[in-house]
Design a protein around this ligand. Structure first.
Ligand code: PEP
Length: 255
């Protein structure tokens, strides 16, 4: 992290977990534990939990996000939720392009770009996920792949809109597997993302960009990962469902 240059943000991704009632209880448990955070704290919850999450987090330093949004504002897209709908609820963040959306729901670099643009146009802050599969890492194409995913995701994003973007480097082989990238691997690829953004938007914009690492980040390994200059926070899956563990990660980012 380099807190002189940019904001550190710890975001939880609850995935498909928790009912509204459980959401209220978990956020109420988290609030006192993270209240003194010297970093951004975001919880991205299932659509049906957004209302409960917004109410439980009101007046606290916890910001609420969704885990996806469609690129059209409305229409015949059964099962989808649009960016204006999220904005109207008071949601502040949205994750776009999580590897589980890419792997199981046909999300492509192009739809990630379209969803990102729609979210930004509607005043949401976007956590864009990029990352390689294990075979791609073994083939030695991680850097090119992540640079390409980043460029496509940002196609058409203005320099002003970039200020509302966080990019999360999430190696797919590390998500939910207990296998964490080494701190060096995480730092290296987060650095590649920053360089890619630098080529597109200039040095100052790249320096100010928050780049998170995600992939089995937990209470034990967070400090080492966050010690990397280019790792400005984390996108946390499993550990964000446990108030204590999540708060330890928030504390590691608050140092
Ligand atoms: C994620 O869902 O983005 C994630 C990183 O999950 P986990 O922390 O469980 O690997």
């Amino acid at each position: 992290m380099n807190k002189q240059l940019r904001n550190a943000v710890i975001a939880g991704n609850w995935k498909m977990n928790k009912t509204p009632e459980e959401t209220t209880a978990l956020i109420n448990e988290m609030k006192p534990l993270v209240k003194d955070a010297d970093c951004g704290v975001v919880l991205c919850v299932p659509f049906v939990d957004l209302d409960a999450a917004l109410k439980a987090a009101a007046g606290s330093n916890i910001k609420i996000g969704a885990q996806n949004c469609h690129f059209e504002p409305s229409g015949a897209f059964t099962g989808e939720v649009s960016a204006p709908m999220l904005k109207a609820m008071g949601v502040e963040y949205v994750i776009i392009g999580h590897s589980e959306r890419r792997t199981y729901f046909g999300e492509t670099d192009v739809t990630v770009n379209k969803r990102t643009l729609a979210a930004l146009e509607n005043g949401l802050k976007v956590i864009v996920c990029v990352g390689e599969y294990l075979e791609q890492r073994e083939q030695g194409i991680t850097e090119e792949l992540v640079a390409m995913q980043t460029k496509i995701a940002l196609n058409g994003v203005s320099a002003e809109q970039l200020k509302n973007i966080i990019i999360a480097y999430e190696p797919v082989w590390a998500i939910g597997t207990g296998k964490t990238a080494t701190a060096e691997q995480a730092g290296e690829v987060c650095g590649v993302i920053r360089k890619t953004v630098g080529k597109l938007y200039g040095e100052d914009a790249a320096k100010a960009l928050t780049v998170q690492y995600g992939g089995s980040m937990n209470a034990k390994n967070a400090e080492e990962l966050l010690a990397q200059e280019d790792v400005d926070g984390g996108l946390i899956g499993g550990a964000s469902l446990k108030a204590q563990d999540f708060s330890v990660i928030v504390k590691a980012a608050s140092k």
